[in-house]
Design a protein around this ligand. Structure first.
Ligand code: SAM
Length: 422
């Protein structure tokens, strides 16, 4: 790491403190300007270090356990965890240990512990890596593991946890020909038409970024709009649209898209994305529940627990405790009913969430079909190219999990179903 390594590592520790101490998501902390004093490359590195530490936290704590008589204050613990993860993943002891000691030496509350930090990390450097490799894949916290294990079984949980530990590759959605994009950037054309970028590439340096030939979107997240399959000239409502991945897919298909989201700063990103890709949609900053009109097709990507995205957001299980999930589930039900009321007779709606919890997917769809006499699930609609028929659920939706496509690098957890109004 460069001269700025110490500041970068100190920022990573700050992110960890905020996630674990204050229950804040990393995106919130970064969004509020916490890393602004760092150069862009160091900012990305601080974020990556914090994410690697969260992914390996259970192992780091195991390795550290035998070198600590008692658990130190959170910041000291996080300095040690970060150092342990770096050392056990092949980081050079000189930089890692020196920076950790300096971070503690400059901390007015804990400066007296710099000797301890030095001694512990030297021991970790001596024998931590061998132990690290023998330890199990880190598990999710119990509050989240339990409902998921009930839904999918223990073996599947191990696969999902392995996918979380491995992190996520970068996927792109092409504005035009996906095969041509895969050729140009040397990426992999996935069975469902997304393009997986070779490891270690910088997004903005990839060919076609400036020209807006593609946008970043996980392969799973690209499927709801493909299933809705909007046609040129159709009047389409994209409810809960920001940052606009699905808006762009539907605009690229030539539909007249109205994109609604109540978060102005996230909507500004939709505007930027549309500008970069040269696509157009009508943008509405407002509450989904206040929307009126009649639409041929609606995509409702409802706010949810985001438990499907933990490969890229390993902070989520540490910042959250599930206490707000009940409110989200209630909101999804109300949004789905309102969205169905805005559908023209004969119209279709895709309901989706980036969640692994059946209460935010399968159960919502089953219950809405029971509430609405003229609404049914179109189970054939989800069987688009590249979709494995085993992913189709009992009620006719599509359940995607991070352990699918394991040999290719996985996919986000997602649920989606297409509902038709008689
Ligand atoms: C899962 S994200 C949407 C992702 C987006 N569809 C995409 O593909 O890029 C959910 C969105 O719901 C928005 N949201 C939450 N409550 C809302 C409300 N009452 N009305 C409109 N949008 C809302 C959030 O601001 C957030 O952007």
């Amino acid at each position: 790491m460069s001269k700025s390594g110490m500041q970068t590592r100190r920022s990573a520790v700050y992110l960890l403190d905020q996630v674990m101490g204050e229950g804040r998501l990393m995106s919130e902390v970064i969004g509020s300007g916490a890393l602004e004093r760092l150069e862009p490359a160091d900012r990305a590195r601080a974020q990556r270090l914090a994410m690697d530490t969260l992914r390996g936290l259970e192992r780091a704590d195991r390795v550290l356990q035998k070198h600590l008589k008692k658990v130190p204050a959170l910041t000291v613990q996080n300095v040690l965890r970060l150092g342990t993860v770096e050392l056990c993943q092949g980081g050079a002891a000189h930089g890692v240990v020196n920076d950790a000691v300096e971070i503690i030496a400059k901390n007015k509350h804990h400066a007296g512990l710099k000797g301890l930090v030095n001694a512990v990390l030297r021991k970790v450097d001596a024998d931590g890596q061998a132990e690290w490799d023998r330890l199990r894949i880190p598990r999710m916290p119990k509050w989240l593991r339990k409902p998921l294990a009930q839904a999918y079984g223990s073996d599947v949980m191990l696969g999902i946890e392995a996918a979380h530990f491995n992190g996520a590759p970068l996927d792109l959605t092409a504005k035009g020909d996906a095969a041509a994009l895969a050729d140009t950037i040397g990426g992999e054309l996935l069975p469902t038409g997304s393009v997986r970028v070779p490891v270690g590439q910088q997004v903005s340096a990839l060919a076609g970024y400036e020209a807006g030939d593609w946008w970043v979107q996980d392969a799973a997240a690209a499927l709801p709009a493909k299933i809705l399959n909007v046609q040129a000239g159709e009047k389409v409502l994209d409810l809960c649209a920001a940052p606009g991945g699905k808006t762009m897919q539907m605009a690229a298909a030539g539909a007249e898209v109205a994109a609604v989201d109540d978060n102005p700063s996230r909507m500004a990103r939709v505007e930027e994305n549309l500008k970069r890709t040269g696509l157009s949609a009508t943008l509405v900053v407002g509450d989904a529940m206040a929307q009126q009109g009649a639409y041929d097709a609606i995509l409702l990507d409802a706010p949810c627990s985001a438990t499907g995205t933990m490969r890229r957001h390993p902070d989520l299980p540490f910042a959250k405790d599930g206490s707000e999930f009940g409110d989200l589930i209630g909101m999804q039900e109300v949004f789905l009913d309102h969205a169905l009321s805005l559908l023209k007779p004969g119209g279709r709606l895709v309901f989706c969430t980036c969640s692994l919890l059946p209460d935010e997917g399968e159960v919502q769809v089953e219950e809405s079909v029971a509430r609405w006499s003229g609404v049914s699930v179109d189970r054939d609609a989800v069987l688009i190219e590249g979709v494995d028929p085993d992913w189709v659920t009992e009620e006719g939706g599509l359940r995607l999990r991070p352990d699918y496509w394991a040999d290719r690098g996985g996919m986000d957890g997602f649920y989606m179903a297409l509902l038709r109004k008689a």
